[in-house]
Design a protein around this ligand. Structure first.
Ligand SMILES: NC(=O)c1ccc[n+]([C@@H]2O[C@H](COP(=O)([O-])OP(=O)(O)OC[C@H]3O[C@@H](n4cnc5c(N)ncnc54)[C@H](OP(=O)(O)O)[C@@H]3O)[C@@H](O)[C@H]2O)c1
Length: 183
């Protein structure tokens, strides 16, 4: 059972299409520069935890992702990822970021394992459906939509794609607040 070390804040960030697709053939199914810039801005200065396949999908010029502590999950004990820390389990990845603010950045396998441990989800919703072979985790009942940008409707990218950024907070905060304050 994985647990978040005390004081650790864990976010997950991804972009998905209208049917929950996130990846195709080891890459993103779309090209949305505005979202790549948003991802950079959100994660800059923090640790980023990713699966080996997501690491391999990064273009050479941004591998390791600059200005961030890169942590790569693999069960392959001989794997080399220059510029990144290699860890064999999610639990060890979480120990490495104890007390820090860290982001889970995919891909599908890692999102699915980490969603029950996360504090916040930052999800770019893309108003289209693509051919995919990897899907986002389900945002289940334990999550509350706390913000959407823009509030209603969509932002239109320079290439015409329409998207919106949604933020979800985990409901255990509500329970913790209730225990603390009785509110
Ligand atoms: N749309 C988005 O925002 C977004 C974001 C990120 C990624 N993606 C896409 O997602 C796809 C990649 O996702 P994926 O699900 O195929 O692969 P992934 O999650 O990136 O990587 C899977 C690999 O990570 C390692 N791993 C996973 N869980 C582990 C654990 N608990 N302990 C140790 N190692 C573990 C294993 O590596 P070994 O096989 O080496 O043991 C496994 O094969 C790509 O298409 C990528 O473009 C999309």
């Amino acid at each position: 059972m994985n647990e978040r070390p005390p004081g650790t804040w864990l976010g997950m960030i991804w972009a998905q299409d209208a049917a929950g697709g996130i990846g195709m053939g080891g890459d993103l199914p779309w090209h949305l520069p505005e979202d790549l810039a948003f991802f950079r801005e959100q994660t800059r200065g923090h640790a980023v935890v990713m699966g080996r396949k997501q690491w391999e999908s990064l273009p050479d010029r941004v591998r390791p992702l600059p200005g961030r502590r890169n942590i790569v999950l693999t069960r392959d004990t001989g794997y080399e990822a220059p510029g990144a820390e290699i860890v064999p389990t999610l639990a060890e990845a979480l120990e490495r970021v104890a007390g820090e603010r860290a982001w889970i950045i995919g891909g599908g396998q890692v999102y699915a394992q980490a969603i029950d441990l996360a504090d916040e989800l930052v999800v770019t919703m893309i108003d289209d459906v693509y051919q995919v072979d990897v899907r986002a985790p389900e945002i289940g009942e334990g999550w509350t939509l706390v913000a959407r940008e823009p509030g209603t409707g969509w932002t239109t990218a320079a290439n015409g794609m329409r998207y919106a950024v949604e933020r979800y907070a985990v409901e255990r905060y509500a329970a913790e607040r209730h225990e603390r304050t009785g509110a």
